[in-house]
Write a protein that binds this ligand. Structure first.
Ligand SMILES: O=C1O[C@H](CS(=O)(=O)O)[C@@H](O)[C@H](O)[C@H]1O
Length: 289
């Protein structure tokens, strides 16, 4: 797949959190505004869907099977796609203005998930960490928590604040799960896309979906843009590596933000796009409990 293709015309309102399961060759993803979690088996080309009662922002696969997921009202586990939800942590923030958005597990299987504060008039979005039944606040200074990813040596944590066009780096201590020394990794100019969800490849490059930027950018560990991949949708939301050898880049997109004019230009907005790239992704850690 040397050119970008729509591999699933999902017509999703807000597809996010693409997550590859190498054991089943399945791409999971959410449609946040439709309250859905999808499982797309890329070999059988089958789509299985669960609809919840509220927004599901992000999730990770659980080592024990099933999922841990961050919703508007908190964090829950469930034993398989259709199993009942078990409360892990009930949100203590204002659920009318705030919901969970982006997240993933670190290499020790801790689940990190960040919130977005919809009024966007104060930095009330926060990054939380969930492990051993406990919740820990990692950072609180974003409008929209996004772009969470880890370097291959697990010493750097990336975290973006989309409306502010900034991706941050932290030093990350994997043993203790602590993040420190927050600094700007890259800041994008206004008016040409802002950094949404992301993934880091095996060489340490940070791949960022540029929301309202119609493209994905590959950024070196030093913060230089190395490559740009146009996407046939105005609002790419997140990327994930997958495929038989982890060199397929999957891209989720948003449909609901498209204007009528943009929909004419990009009728498959809301779909899942893919292209083969010249690097491989890291395998996604699972939740350890
Ligand atoms: O991840 C997300 O980011 C976007 C971008 S922004 O906050 O509007 O800048 C947001 O719209 C979307 O809802 C969310 O999932």
């Amino acid at each position: 797949m040397t050119t970008m293709q729509c591999v699933l015309d999902a017509q999703a309102k807000l597809a996010e959190c693409p997550r590859w399961d190498e054991h089943t060759q399945t791409l999971y993803f959410v449609d946040i505004d439709a309250f859905k979690l999808h499982a797309y088996n890329t070999q059988l080309k089958t789509l299985e869907t669960r609809i919840f009662d509220e927004e599901i922002g992000c999730f990770s696969l659980n080592e024990k099977g099933g999922f841990i997921a961050a919703f508007r009202t908190g964090v829950y586990t469930f034993a398989d796609l259709h199993a009942p939800l078990q409360v892990y942590w009930l949100a203590t923030y204002d659920k009318k203005t705030t919901r969970f958005n982006d997240g993933r597990c670190d290499a020790k299987g801790r689940f990190l998930a960040g919130t977005m504060y919809s009024p966007k008039d104060a930095f009330k979005g926060a990054l939380h960490q969930f492990s051993q039944g406990q919740e820990k606040l990692i950072d609180q200074a974003a409008w929209t928590s996004n772009g969470l990813a880890f370097s291959p040596d697990n010493k750097i944590m990336y975290y973006s604040d989309t409306p502010n066009h900034v991706v941050y780096q932290f030093d990350y201590d994997l043993e203790s799960g602590t993040a420190s020394n927050k600094r700007i990794f890259i800041e994008f100019p206004r008016g040409n896309g802002r950094p949404d969800g992301a993934a880091v490849d095996m060489e340490g490059n940070y791949w960022s979906a540029l929301y309202q930027g119609q493209r994905v950018v590959k950024i070196s560990p030093a913060g230089d843009i190395l490559e740009e991949y146009p996407v046939p949708a105005t609002y790419p939301t997140m990327v994930a590596f997958g495929g038989p050898d982890m060199s397929t880049l999957f891209i989720t997109t948003c449909r609901s933000a498209q204007t009528e004019e943009e929909l004419k230009e990009f009728p498959q907005a809301g779909g899942i796009f893919a292209i083969t790239v010249n690097t491989k992704g890291q395998y996604e850690p699972k939740f350890a409990g």
